[in-house]
Ligand binder design. Structure first.
Ligand SMILES: Nc1ncnc2c1ncn2[C@@H]1O[C@H](COP(=O)(O)OP(=O)(O)OP(=O)(O)O)[C@@H](O)[C@H]1O
Ligand SMILES: [Mg+2]
Ligand SMILES: [Mg+2]
Length: 474
C-alpha cells in the first residue's frame, strides 16, 4: 500500500422507545403504512414538538457506555432541506450541542487492541420512507420522527477490519444496553463510512468519499476494501479523488457513485424555536449512568477472571447476548464454569445452528443443563451418556426423568451392590487369593466385574469401597 488509509464512521441508531422523539405516536416497524404517525410527525402547521424523556435517557446510556462527556443542557437545532420524506421541511437535530462528546471505545482486531475516539453523539429524528412502484411513488410516515442517535467517530480507523470491529463493538454495546434492537438488515442501525487516502507522513486529510447506508458488518468491511483499492488506483495514476457520496452494490461487489459533493451543503442550521433548552438535573443523569446494564466487556472480564474461561470462549459468549444470558443462568446452578461454557458453545450452539433456532425459543431450562453437567462431574453419568441425555432435555424434558427413563440411574444401594459383589467374589476365587497375596490390582479387576454385572450402573466409588471391605472379611 502506497498511502495511509483514513476512515471515520457515522452510525445512526434507532432507539427502541414506545413513542416518537417529539410526539406521542407509537414507534413501530413493519406496521401497516401510515398507522404509526400523527400531526406532529406529519409536520402539520401549528403543532408543537415535545421531547421524549425515554429517548433522552437512552441517549445518556449510550453516551455513558461509549465514555462520552454528557452535556446536561439539552438543546435542539433545525437542519433545513427539502425532500419528500421530510414532511416538515427540516429535521430536528442537535448540531451545536450534542448530548455527548469526546468519547472512546476499545476495539480488538486479531488480538491487537486500539482506541477509537468518538467525536460526538447527538439526538435527532428519523425521516419517512419512500417506496417506488411501477404505478408511482408512495410514502410511509411510520418511521418519521422515530428517535435516533448519531454516533460519529474521529477518523481513527485504518483498515476495513478495524471499521468492521468498531461497528460490531458499538452494535453489541447498544444491544446490551437495551436501547435499540440494532438490526442492520431492517435499518435500525445504519452506517455511513468515510474514506480517504493520504501519503504517509502527511497530516492533512485528503478528499473523502462517503459510502452510505451499509446494511451489514460484512459489507462495511467489503465496501471499504473495494473503495481503498479504487482510490489507490486513481492516486497512483496521477488522478485526484473527487469528494463524493457512494453506495455499495452487494451483488456487483463495488461502490457506485450517487452524487458528487460540491463543497458543503448549507443546511441553514438555527436553534429549534419550538423546544426550549432543557437543563437536566445531575441526579437524573447519575441515576441512569449508575444503573447501566452490564456491558459486553465487563461480562468478558468476569468470564475470564472469575470463571477462568479463555479469551476465545469468553469472546464467543459475549458476541451472542442471548447465549451469554443463558450461560449466566446455567452457572447459577453449577460451578463447573468451563464445562458449562463447552456445553453452551459446542453442543447447545451447534444444536441451535443446525435447527436455525434462537436460544430464547428453547424449551431447555438452564437449570436442567446445569443438573446434567453436575451429574457428569460427579460421575453419575458418563460424558457419552450426557450427550444422549442432552438430545432429550433440549426438547424440554427434565434431566432426572431422562436419566431414569434411559436406565442410566446409578445403583447406589449398598445391599444391592454387596449382593453383586458376593456373586463376583464366588466366581473369582483366584482374585481373592491375589488380593491376600498383596496384589492390589485384583480390586480393579473385581470392580470391573461388578460394573459389568450391573450393566455399568453400580456407583464405582461405592463399589470400590465395598469390595475392599468384603475382601478383608475373607
Ligand atoms: N478526509 C477524511 N477521510 C476520512 N474520514 C473523514 C475525513 N474527514 C472526516 N471524516 C470522518 O467522516 C465522518 C463525518 O464527517 P463530517 O463531520 O465532516 O460530516 P459529513 O459527512 O460531512 O456530514 P453529514 O453528517 O451530513 O454526513 C467522521 O467520522 C469523520 O471522522
Ligand atoms: Mg452525519
Ligand atoms: Mg456523513
Amino acid at each position: 500500500m502506497n498511502f495511509e488509509v483514513i476512515i471515520g464512521i457515522e452510525i445512526h441508531c434507532e432507539l427502541k422507545t414506545n413513542t416518537k422523539m417529539f410526539s406521542g405516536a407509537p414507534v413501530g416497524f413493519a406496521q401497516k403504512p401510515n398507522t404509526c404517525t400523527n400531526e406532529i410527525d406529519l409536520g402539520m402547521p401549528g403543532v408543537l414538538p415535545c421531547v421524549n424523556k425515554e429517548a433522552v435517557a437512552s441517549a445518556i446510556k449510550a453516551c455513558s457506555a461509549l465514555n462520552c462527556e454528557i452535556d446536561p443542557l439539552v438543546k435542539f437545532d433545525r437542519k433545513n432541506y427539502y425532500y419528500s420524506d421530510l414532511p416538515k421541511g427540516y429535521q430536528i437535530t442537535q448540531q451545536f450541542y450534542p448530548i455527548g462528546k469526546n468519547g472512546t471505545i476499545k476495539i480488538n482486531v486479531d488480538g491487537v487492541e486500539k482506541d477509537i475516539r468518538i467525536n460526538r453523539i447527538h439526538m435527532e429524528e428519523d425521516t419517512a420512507k419512500q417506496f417506488h412502484h411501477v404505478d408511482g411513488s408512495y410514502l410511509d410516515f411510520n418511521r418519521a420522527g422515530t428517535p435516533l442517535i448519531e454516533i460519529v467517530t474521529e477518523p481513527d480507523m485504518r483498515t476495513g477490519k478495524e471499521a468492521a470491529a468498531y461497528v460490531e463493538e458499538v452494535r453489541n454495546i447498544l444491544y446490551y444496553l437495551g436501547v435499540s434492537d440494532v438490526k442492520m438488515e431492517e435499518g435500525s442501525l445504519r452506517c455511513d463510512v468515510n474514506i480517504s487516502l493520504r501519503p504517509y507522513g502527511s497530516d492533512i486529510l485528503g478528499a473523502k468519499s462517503e459510502i452510505k447506508n451499509l446494511n451489514s458488518i460484512n459489507n462495511v468491511q467489503k465496501a471499504i476494501e473495494y473503495e481503498i483499492e479504487r482510490q489507490n488506483k486513481i492516486l497512483l495514476s496521477g488522478g485526484v479523488v473527487a469528494q463524493a457520496t457512494l453506495r455499495y452494490d452487494e451483488s456487483a461487489r463495488q461502490t457506485i457513485m450517487m452524487r458528487k459533493k460540491e463543497g458543503n451543503v448549507d443546511y441553514k442550521y438555527f436553534p429549534e424555536p419550538n423546544i426550549f433548552p432543557i437543563q437536566l438535573e445531575q441526579a437524573f443523569i447519575d441515576n441512569i449512568t449508575s444503573n447501566l446494564a452490564q456491558l459486553p466487556q465487563q461480562r468478558k472480564e468476569l468470564y475470564m477472571n472469575k470463571y477462568g474461561l479463555n479469551d476465545y470462549d469468553a469472546q464467543q459468549l459475549i458476541s451472542n447476548k442471548e447465549l451469554s444470558d443463558f450461560y449466566n443462568e446455567v452457572v447459577e446452578h453449577t460451578s463447573e464454569y468451563k464445562l458449562a461454557a463447552n456445553w453452551v458453545l459446542v453442543e447447545l450452539n451447534g444444536y441451535l445452528n443446525k435447527n436455525s433456532l434462537n436460544v430464547t425459543k428453547l424449551q431447555l431450562l438452564p437449570e436442567e443443563l446445569a443438573i446434567m453437567i453436575n451429574m457428569v462431574t460427579q460421575k453419575e453419568i458418563s460424558g457419552k451418556q450426557a450427550k444422549e441425555v442432552f438430545e432429550e432435555i433440549v426438547l424440554g424434558k427434565q434431566t432426572k426423568t431422562v436419566v431414569k427413563e434411559k436406565g442410566m440411574e446409578q445403583l447406589s444401594d449398598e445391599g444391592a451392590i454387596i449382593t453383586l459383589i458376593n456373586d463376583v467374589l464366588s466366581a473369582n476365587p483366584q482374585s481373592i487369593e491375589d488380593y491376600k497375596n498383596g496384589k492390589d490390582r485384583a480390586v480393579g479387576f473385581l470392580v470391573g466385574q461388578v460394573m459389568k454385572l450391573s450393566k455399568g450402573q453400580a456407583n464405582p466409588a461405592m463399589t470400590n469401597k465395598l469390595i475392599v471391605e468384603e475382601l478383608k472379611k475373607r
